[in-house]
Unconditional design. Structure first.
Length: 298
């Protein structure tokens, strides 16, 4: 073979087709992409002394590895808060989900110095236009192939309304998308977010969620029901089922000196939900994000 014969001809191209199937107990997604590497006509390389006769092939766009090589469990788009100090929001969600085998892409809804349980905090709250700009960037590169959407702390009505558009967009790509909504509103009688968000969650977000994971304070805000007993908690779950979600987990409820997790799964409209409770040992201290971590694992 001569040296000239080793140079690919201008018409040579290589095609690579890759398929995968990702499945879990509640979702299945299939993605196919095609990547072509083309060689353009030889171009001369410029040196300090002038042009040389050596040719350089045109560089091809690299394949999208996050799509070509997904996890077996699924791919999650996680839209939550980010804090510099402490582990809340995406900082508390991404690593546990990765340990469970998920491939996780985080979008930060806010960037704060610390979580809002402190006396003060500073930072930025993203709006809906900024979120949609990121989604369009993913779409431009065919990167919206998700099996799960997870949302947590959201700091503005504009952003939350755009999340609804994101749900529609992702379900147009994968109709079996599982949407897990942690409606972060507050705890122990105190709101963490603007009050305007409550009605948006009630009227728009809850109906499109697959799974809802509120705490006791949040479920009372969403349903208008006061929870003082286990029966009240189960009734609140049924109310939320009627609104849309198949699965509801009240991540913490303080009832008669007990700390309970109450779960409910309605598999079919004509069947009663499967419901359970877990009694959690109480520790006389204040912790943040424990219930969020619980819902990620569930």
């Amino acid at each position: 073979m001569t040296a000239a014969a080793a140079v690919p001809s201008p018409s040579l191209h290589r095609s690579c087709v890759s398929t995968y199937s990702s499945s879990s107990s509640s979702s299945r997604c299939c993605v196919r992409f095609r990547e072509e590497e083309r060689w353009l006509p030889r171009r001369r390389r410029r040196t300090r002394s002038g042009l040389s006769g050596a040719a350089l092939p045109a560089m091809a766009r690299p394949p999208v590895l996050s799509v070509a090589l997904p996890s077996d469990t699924g791919r999650v788009l996680s839209i939550q808060s980010h804090t510099v100090q402490g582990y809340v929001g995406n900082k508390s969600a991404v690593f546990p989900l990765q340990l469970l085998g998920f491939d996780v892409d985080p979008i930060n809804s806010v960037q704060f110095s610390n979580h809002t349980g402190y006396p003060t905090f500073r930072g930025q709250v993203l709006n809906g236009n900024q979120l949609w700009d990121i989604i369009e960037g993913l779409e431009d590169n065919d990167l919206l192939h998700y099996t799960h959407l997870l949302t947590g702390y959201i700091g503005s009505v504009s952003f939350l309304n755009t999340v609804l558009q994101v749900v529609d967009k992702l379900r147009s790509v994968n109709p079996d998308l599982v949407y897990v909504c942690d409606p972060v509103l507050g705890d122990e009688g105190r709101l963490y977010v603007p009050q305007d968000l409550i009605s948006v969650y009630q009227q728009k977000v809850v109906p499109v969620a697959t799974m809802l994971t509120p705490n006791q304070f949040e479920v009372e805000l969403l349903t208008g029901l006061r929870i003082t007993s286990e029966e009240d908690g189960l009734k609140a779950c049924n109310t939320l089922h009627y609104a849309g979600p198949q699965k509801v987990v009240i991540t913490s409820a303080h009832i008669e000196d007990k700390l309970l997790l109450i779960g409910s799964h309605k598999k079919a409209e004509d069947q009663p939900p499967e419901q359970f409770k877990i009694e959690i040992p109480k520790i006389p201290a204040y912790f943040t994000v424990c219930t969020q971590l619980c819902c990620f694992i569930y």
